[in-house]
Design a protein around this ligand. Structure first.
Ligand SMILES: Nc1ncnc2c1ncn2[C@@H]1O[C@H](COP(=O)(O)OP(=O)(O)O)[C@@H](O)[C@H]1O
Ligand SMILES: [Mg+2]
Length: 258
């Protein structure tokens, strides 16, 4: 479905943020993109979601080249690749009701001209993220908990029925128990709708039962890649070993707390 080759990006002359990133994704696959803060993970996500442009390299999405594609063509494809962000506060306008927030995606992308059909799609998206539409449609973001707001963010992404969702640290603002719930929800969406995911995180623990494969990004290059269990049991790069060591010491600490 997606083949990224030698993707490069700089924000200024001195500092190349992506130095030739390559990886691919099969339909319905869940890939974890992990790495320390500043590694370039969000930059990869934003380029894929058409929020930014790559400088060089190739991104083939279902055979179509996204790098340097015309804005109009990119817009047509943007329904297929949606992004979920870390902080639901900053992406949900406080003056809009949940119904309007989710419907907006359909209106902007001109996906459904019929108002009643749009409402049906909004309700379906809310039910898919386990929010009772009768209860939530007319509420405002400030009337929801952090976990509920994150679900609304996901409903907004899935209402367009995308083929790929890039989830950029969607759990980092949530408590531990809610993190696992959210990952379970994404997994359910993957099973029910066949949505592929690029799950961006620095929390390797969360990827263990969720991601089919892991890509480890360090300072703008892929340093490790493979099936999740293989990467965790046989890391090749020093940086990946450090991530895994941190995970093990964290688990050890949690064991002591128990
Ligand atoms: N809009 C921007 N302008 C300048 N530098 C940026 C911008 N966005 C990101 N960067 C820099 O690019 C690098 C990678 O950032 P990012 O992709 O956000 O990393 P990650 O998501 O892995 O933490 C960082 O050094 C960051 O400071
Ligand atoms: Mg980031």
């Amino acid at each position: 479905m997606l083949v990224i080759e030698a993707l490069e990006k700089s924000y200024n002359k001195e500092n190349k943020v992506l130095k030739g990133v390559s990886f691919d994704l099969a339909p319905k696959e869940i890939v974890g993109l992990i790495g320390a803060s500043g590694a370039g993970k969000s930059t990869v996500g934003r380029i894929l979601a058409n929020l930014e442009e790559g400088d060089a390299g190739s991104i083939l999405f279902e055979g179509q080249q996204l790098v340097k594609m015309s804005a109009k063509k990119r817009r047509l494809l943007s329904k297929d690749i949606q992004m979920i962000f870390q902080d639901p506060y900053s992406t949900l306008s406080p003056r809009m009701k949940i119904r309007e927030l989710i419907e907006e995606a359909l209106i902007i992308l001109r996906l459904e001209p019929d108002k009643n059909k749009r409402l049906d799609l909004v309700k379906e998206a809310l039910e898919l993220v386990s929010l009772d539409s009768k209860k939530y449609l007319e509420r405002y973001p400030h009337e929801l908990s952090g976990g509920e707001r994150q679900r609304v963010g996901i409903a907004r992404a899935i209402v367009c029925n995308p083929k790929l969702i890039i989830a950029d640290e969607p759990t980092s603002m949530l408590d531990t128990s809610l993190r696992l719930e959210l990952v379970a929800l994404l997994k359910q969406l993957n099973e029910k709708r066949g949505t592929a995911f690029i799950f961006i995180t620095h929390d390797i623990a969360l990827t263990q039962n969720f991601c089919n494969r892991l890509i480890v990004l360090n300072e703008g290059v892929v340093v490790d890649a493979g099936r999740t269990r293989d990467v965790i049991t046989h890391p090749t790069h020093e940086f990946t070993k450090k991530l895994i060591h941190a995970l093990q010491t964290l688990e050890a600490r949690e064991d002591i707390n128990l």
